[in-house]
Design a protein around this ligand. Structure first.
Ligand SMILES: NC(=O)c1ccc[n+]([C@@H]2O[C@H](COP(=O)([O-])OP(=O)(O)OC[C@H]3O[C@@H](n4cnc5c(N)ncnc54)[C@H](O)[C@@H]3O)[C@@H](O)[C@H]2O)c1
Length: 279
């Protein structure tokens, strides 16, 4: 892509990681459309950044397409689309309500499909662009306590890589798709999970600061890569566990115990701080 920067859309950008990614795109000179299912949150993010906003539920294809059309109308073309919206409900699949399982699959998997397809349509007519999908290490390996979430993130990664292959087979070299797969990040998604044993694995590595993931997004914007794990060594660990599943499954109780230990330590610290989450 050359010339002045065009438009960018971030889904689920009313808070957490999405808000910081929207700020990064504004800083890089894009005209940004901040979207979230929570319109008030999207508006608050956009107001703070001098961006525009729209209430968009990523499960709804028509709303996603309308956001795409709006940024093309406002900015002239679409350069970057970030599928960031996500939901996490923990616990074994058989203990979850059908509506909860459906929500995770629809937001995390179908939402990524809707955003990617909408973006590709605009990028094909504009001569190129970059879709960045915020996935998770849960898209690369087994995560006890987060089975349906892991299923939705595996779907997001399988779809992204297959679509990238389809683009190349169709001779379309100017559109990239990059998946960013972070370990646990200290965002609102995990703020209420310190007492939740089912989410222990999210705490079993070094909990990431959202800024570290934004840095990874900055790097893929400069140099697209199909899959980036954050941190890299956890990606290697996840892929090794996946290459030898029998061995990986036997090692999981150790990782879960480590995550529980971190959760208890953080919970005790937050109680000492009068219930305030860590910074
Ligand atoms: N926090 C973590 O530990 C972690 C780890 C790996 C990956 N991720 C992924 O990072 C992304 C951002 O998560 P976060 O940690 O900032 O979480 P978050 O809960 O702080 O933010 C998620 C945002 O998505 C929005 N959203 C939910 N359903 C939506 C829908 N149907 N349509 C549009 N927006 C919707 C929410 O309103 C919220 O603003 C997610 O895809 C998540 O799965 C998070």
């Amino acid at each position: 892509m050359s010339g002045p920067r065009g438009g960018a859309v971030v889904t689920g950008a009313g808070g957490g990681l999405g808000r910081l990614i929207a700020a990064l795109l504004v800083e890089r000179g894009h005209r940004v459309l901040v979207t979230d299912v929570n319109g008030d949150a999207a508006r608050a993010t956009a107001d703070g950044l001098g961006a525009s906003w729209a209430a968009v539920d990523v499960r709804d294809e028509a709303e996603v397409d309308a956001a795409r059309d709006r940024i093309v109308a406002e900015a002239g073309r679409l350069d970057v689309w970030v599928n960031n919206a996500g939901v996490l409900a923990t616990g074994p699949a058989w203990e979850q309500q059908p509506a909860t399982r459906r929500l995770m699959l629809e937001v995390n998997a179908l939402g990524t499909v809707n955003g990617t397809v909408a973006a590709i349509e605009a990028m094909r007519s504009a001569g190129g662009g970059h879709v960045v999908n915020i996935v998770s290490l849960a898209g690369l390996t087994a995560v006890p306590g987060e089975a349906v979430y892991a299923a939705s993130k595996h779907a997001a990664i399988g779809f992204s890589l297959s679509t990238l292959a389809d683009l190349r087979l169709a001779g379309i070299e100017e559109i990239d798709i990059s998946c960013v797969c972070p370990d646990g990040i200290w965002t609102p998604m995990l703020h209420d999970k310190l007492g939740d044993p089912a989410s222990a694995l999210s705490f079993s590595g070094r909990l990431l600061r959202p800024e570290e993931v934004v840095e990874a997004v900055r790097k893929v914007l400069d140099r697209p890569r199909p899959v980036t794990a954050v941190p890299g060594w956890r990606g290697v660990q996840a892929r090794l566990a996946d290459a030898v599943p029998g061995l990986g499954l036997r090692a999981l109780p150790l990782a879960v115990a480590q995550g529980r230990w971190v959760q208890r330590r953080m919970l005790a610290r937050s109680r000492r701080r009068g219930g305030r989450p860590e910074d």
